[in-house]
Design a protein around this ligand. Structure first.
Ligand code: CTP
Ligand code: CA
Length: 226
């Protein structure tokens, strides 16, 4: 019902959302992931849909049902996520990167399950850095031409404002959202800090869906001012 009464701030927009963790394989039965639940990203996708946008959600492994009316694509690794997002970004007008993308993948995942026996010592894993999906899309021609509004999220354990400002500049996005947390992973509530070139705006602790609706209004307002 609330969706019916929500002002259609994003009517005509194509919103792309990345959400959840990624999973980087060590071997066919093991991998490295993180504690992202995907809840914030799914809430953002739902809020964008309520605001009248066409929404595509690219999600890493999470145990959540897609919000009604949202197109969903499931991926595992950061590379899968990049491959899914790049072509979709070409047809989107807003990209909201809530995913907790693994910064590193295992350099050479084993083709078969690594066995304890015979090796004599624990496996020595080496890592390669994953492509920064948000930076790649935000620095691509579509975003540079002002046709794709990119929003990043930042998970920080210290100095949120300072780190969020640095990330805003490094990724070259017009809006960066910091998780005030603490312990936001898996929780239904969060508090956010919106950081842009002008300054910052704190959204006090609230259910993630409430925060997502406010964020969508803030994005719409910023796009209208551009
Ligand atoms: N991100 C991404 N691709 C990556 C890493 C991060 O798209 N390989 C996006 C995230 O979805 C998020 C933003 O970049 O929107 C910030 O992610 P974060 O992990 O906070 O920043 P990093 O640049 O990875 O820096 P660090 O983890 O060292 O703080
Ligand atoms: Ca990171």
């Amino acid at each position: 019902l609330i969706a019916f009464f929500t002002p259609k701030h994003l009517a005509g927009q194509h919103v792309l959302v990345s959400a959840g963790p990624t999973y980087e394989a060590i071997d066919p039965v093991r991998g490295i992931t993180n504690l992202s639940s995907g809840k914030m990203g799914f809430a953002v996708a739902r809020a964008a849909r309520e605001a009248g946008a066409e929404v595509t959600l690219v999600a890493g492994p999470v145990g959540l049902a897609a919000p009604r009316g949202v197109n969903r694509i499931d991926v595992k690794s950061a590379q899968d996520m990049l491959d899914a997002l790049l072509p979709l970004a070409e047809r989107s007008t807003i990209f909201i990167a809530t995913a907790a993308v693994a910064d590193w993948r295992v350099a050479s995942p084993a083709a078969q399950k690594i066995k304890k026996e015979g090796s004599g010592q624990p496996p020595q894993l080496s890592f390669s850095e994953n492509t920064d999906i948000l930076a790649t899309i935000a620095q691509g021609p579509r975003a540079k031409a002002g046709r794709l509004f990119c929003v990043g999220f930042a998970a920080e354990s210290e100095d949120l404002l300072l780190n969020a400002k640095a990330k805003l500049l490094r990724k070259q996005v017009p809006l960066l959202v910091g998780n005030i947390g603490p312990d936001t992973f898996g929780q239904d509530h969060n508090a956010l800090l919106l950081v842009d070139a002008e300054g910052s705006l704190a959204l006090p602790r609230a259910p993630k869906l409430v925060l997502a609706r406010t964020l969508i209004r803030e994005i719409a307002a910023r796009m209208a001012r551009q």
